[in-house]
Design a binder for this molecule. Sequence first.
Ligand code: ADP
Ligand code: MG
Length: 873
Amino acid sequence: MLVLKNIKKEYKVADTKFLALKGINLDFRENEFVSILGPSGSGKTTLLNIIGGLDHYSEGQLIINGRETSEFKEKDWNVYRNHRIGFIFQSYNLIPHQSVISNVELALTIAGLSKEERTKKAKEALDKVGLSDQYYKKPNQLSGGQSQRVAIARALVNDPEILLADEPTGALDTKTSVQIMDLIKEVAKDRLVIMVTHNPDLAEKYSTRIINLLDGNVLDDSNPLTNKEKESLYNKKPSNKKEQAKMTWWTTFKLSIQNLLNKRNRSILTSIASSIGIIGISLVLSLSFGVQSFITKTQEDMLSGNPITITKSALDLESMMSGMTIGEKVEVFKEIGYVGVEKVVEMIAKRSQQSSSMFIENDITEEYINYVLDMPKEDYAAIYLDREIDITNNLYFDFYENDTEFENISVSALKTIYTSILKENEATSSYANLISNFTNILAEAPNNSSYILEQYDILEGKVAESKNEIMLVLNSDGLISDLTLAQLGYYNQKQFINMILKALDDPKYDSSIVDIEKFSYEELMNKKFVWYPNDIVFKENNLPNKEFNPFYYNAYSRDFETNDQGIELKVVGILEPKEHINYGSLTSGFYYTNELTNHIIENSSESKIVKYFNEKGDNYIINSGKINGGGEIGITFKYSYNYLGEDRLNLTGFVGKTNQMADMIGAINPNIQSLYSLTKRDVGGEPLASKISIYPVNLKHKDKVTEYLDNWNNMDEDREKIVYSDNLSIVFAMIQNIINVITIALIGFTTLALVVSCVMIAIITYVSVVERVKEIGVIRSLGGSKKDVSNLFVAETVIIGLSAGIIAIGFTYLATFIINLIVVKSLGSNIAGFPAHYAIIMISISVLLTVISGLIPSRSAAKKDPVEALRTE
Ligand code: ADP
Ligand code: MG
């Protein structure tokens, strides 16, 4: 039932008000064919739109099915339009990018019907209007009459109670008009049809009732309702059928996909363009992730070669860093007639205070060592306690001067001889002392053969385990340096000298001596070394000059007759780093065992030289060397050698480590004599380790190790702090920082591209809205809600965002693959990587951004007035 009571419609035009309907009173039967006639501008369309719920009246009452529509909510109007009203327009208003059948289905789609039902009903409707063979054509392939038939089918598909037609034949020729009118008359048999027309002949011929409008008033009504009819109409109970008009997300999606496919090229270009920003960020992330994994891997690789160490004196990096940041701010002195004084003395004093606080003396006590050893076993692979004994004074071997003559000499004595030989030659003299400091020829191996075997392959023999075993470790190229071998007597003296002469292009070079390229395992392992105890090596001086020369040193084993106290050391194995190990825990050189060190410590405690140190007190150092005026102090020995046929006899050598600083100066000025110093620790008099190296299992456990070490300092406030050095972390933390800064900077730049693509999406969505205003009007006239319309555009942006994201991720993976392909050769490792969760996040960001960009345009689409939307051409 449809009743209009005093309906007025007011339009605001600029500042004035215009009354298009001036109080319409009309009742309609449930089944009649009403024609509304009237000149242009008389308010016909306005009336029809109000009846159809497309437009709202300003005053009066519109009663639909017994319900006063002033209480209608937006949703009720949508349901009303969708289920009770069918609209036919003069200009057909078909959606151009959808097939005939989809156009007809639209009302059902909005009602939320299933695909099957929709197709069935749409086909029925199309069959009814005589278009059985046109289902899949596009509207622009149809004639005007056919188009209007489609529109009629669309209007009827939901079987509405009321069909509203606004000049349905206005754009058709007479013959087609008659066909359409016949069709509408057929439709009018079982429902209410209200048709606007300005053709009185058609109205006369087809309709059952003609209403004339003029200037917004009903001029006359050919067949108004009788009072009896009105009464029965008003007494009818309102129906309360539950109906809804709501598109599902999925149908919205499909509509959008269809629209995008229709503008395929534009959609593809838009997706590509908006993917650029995402590509930029993804590539940066991929590189940053790849580099980070590379660094982690490298760090893991380097872990075994870079243990956490605790040494007696350490650099406190924290105070160093804070020292560096202190900048002295000096005020500019400006006073006419005076000159300011710069306080340099004060500045120097401050600086030296700072720098002395940078060095920390670690007091490594037995308690601390036990604490370290109590560390959870799963966190470390090996702990190496270095007691820093200088074994070279006590180790002797056969040394050949030439092919036949040989002497049994100590390692430190030969080092002295070779240093002297290097000094013979001007080109090498400055580096003579330095060279011996560069090479680590003999050291103690960590006391964990399985940890060693994790990193090293045995080429020959076995890992040294007992006190009379030593082993040779090669570098990762399978080499051992000539200097190491020379210092342990593997070269004879002639060969060594010749090697230097050859390197220097010296004419005295003897080409008849063959250059040594390699040693057989046998040659390397057959060499015998003998360790002798302190009391045999260091001979007490009982002469009056005892104060200055407390001991003499026996450089050759011929200097002592008995040698039954010696321990013969055999080279029992040759090891090489495993293929994948770039940074093993052992640098190349010879290694002795922890057992030997234990023996030395035990044996030395009762030795005369250790007792001498004990008498002299803590931290006593025996200094040796030439003093000004030619005297020699400390522990000396005599040595001789032959240089290119000339004998150098009865030279004085000194025992002890050369002072590195003095060596540096020596490198600049060879005339300055070196000073040698020997400590109690060197001769095995200190049983406590002075250096602890901790080899963590892996990076994760490394944090546990440092945490454990920090705990020592935190447990007790008063305790002297122990500073450990973790060089690896410091270096890598710096690299990490740099990478983070670069990543953030690059992401900042690429975000610009993202912003640009967002703006572009907004513009394109807006253009799409403008293009689809008509479609918006149709959807609204068919009962689609504002939400449906905005969803349509949101769905469109979701699809664009999704495809942009997928394009970007695809490209990123491709680029990652190519970058790695190029880089893997030179770096041996991937440098880019894009984990799946990054991909998902980036696609989500892409969708989110495009949806946000499309939000304003889709809002504006939803707000469009359906009447205006339909009126646009
Ligand atoms: P008809 O369909 O009978 O030709 P309309 O119902 O379209 O006439 O219009 C009736 C009157 O209302 C006309 O004078 C028209 O200019 C005016 N009108 C219609 N829509 C609007 C509008 N949105 N704003 C202002 N005036 C309008
Ligand atoms: Mg009109």
